[in-house]
Design a protein around this ligand. Sequence first.
Ligand SMILES: [Zn+2]
Length: 395
Amino acid sequence: MSFTIHATDGAARRGTLTTPHGEIRTPAFMPVGTCATVKGMTPESVRGLGADIILGNTYHLMLRPGAERVSALGGLHKFMNWPHPILTDSGGFQVMSLAGLRKMDETGVTFQSHIDGSKHHLTPERSIEIQHLLGTDITMAFDECTPFPASHEVAKRSMELSMRWAERSADAFKKLKRYPPLTLPPKGREATANAGAEGVDHLLFGIVQGSTYEDLRSDSINALTSIGFDGYAIGGLAVGEGQAEMFRVLNFTTPNMPEAAPRYLMGVGKPDDILGAVERGVDMFDCVIPTRSGRLARAYTSRGEVNIKNARHRDDPRPLDENCDCPVCTNYSRAYLHHLFKADEMLGPILMSWHNLHYYQNLMQTIRSAIAENTLADTSATLRDNWEKGDLTAL
Ligand SMILES: [Zn+2]
């Protein structure tokens, strides 16, 4: 098995997931590298903050620069200089949220590129092929992210389609697995350059759907486990249902998921969403929040959220977070960060993204240590107390 659980604390698990490009300590947060870059950050600095794995987006990469091109250039790891684990999504979610003129049928989705209007057809087989060309360590099955809210009837039909697509994804993955992840080796380069460690398998995750309905989530888990995947993701959450509803769904979903496999909650979330989901047995997360909020001058700190554009920071020589040892909090004041945003300088978004990503990785390390020491309840209470206190009073 590629996943080892070292310790548990309540439903929370401390584990290690082994992939061709290295190990992932779980619970893990994956920074999002949408277009083969974690926005505003060099891969070296992302790694330096303690990230074991990043996420790439199939939808964006298939349109620009194109999966075949990335493959010919040595695969995504080499292309973006991130020689560590990568997970790619299947493209299904972003086709639904970004592309124009979508038409879905049993075979897949036809859509227009949001970049140049060109027409594309994405199927489970093509999604798996694209992820294979990119050379990803963790491939996601192609699914339909059920819109929210959805009636039971709509959610059932959508989930059942995703389960048929999951089976086709698994078949396509098995066929491609016989080949090294690069099918288009350019002249003068080893075809297996991007394959990662020998003898370590590339992984395929299935995605549990079923909206907010307990019976549908349960049916979806049964369908996926009968196909058999290396890990199981929970899709269709963090789509506007709110934290209480998301936790309610997790309460009846994670206990039914295979215990020995990693569980990945897609697209989540804020620090308190992540903590609550870890307490409900989730092992992996991804979200654009640390970088997107950073670009918008919002920071996540040990004392909750801070908007550095606020005038109260104009004369404040203190760091963003007095409990943070990131390069930003060590070297720069709130007043300076405030100035960068006021002057519309590009360093502002960069420094705020840097701090936020550090805060997230540090939070995951705190959570992992607490699970290992069986002190997650105390650690969670302290974290939540401090978040609720709110930001420092103005000087
Ligand atoms: Zn910091």
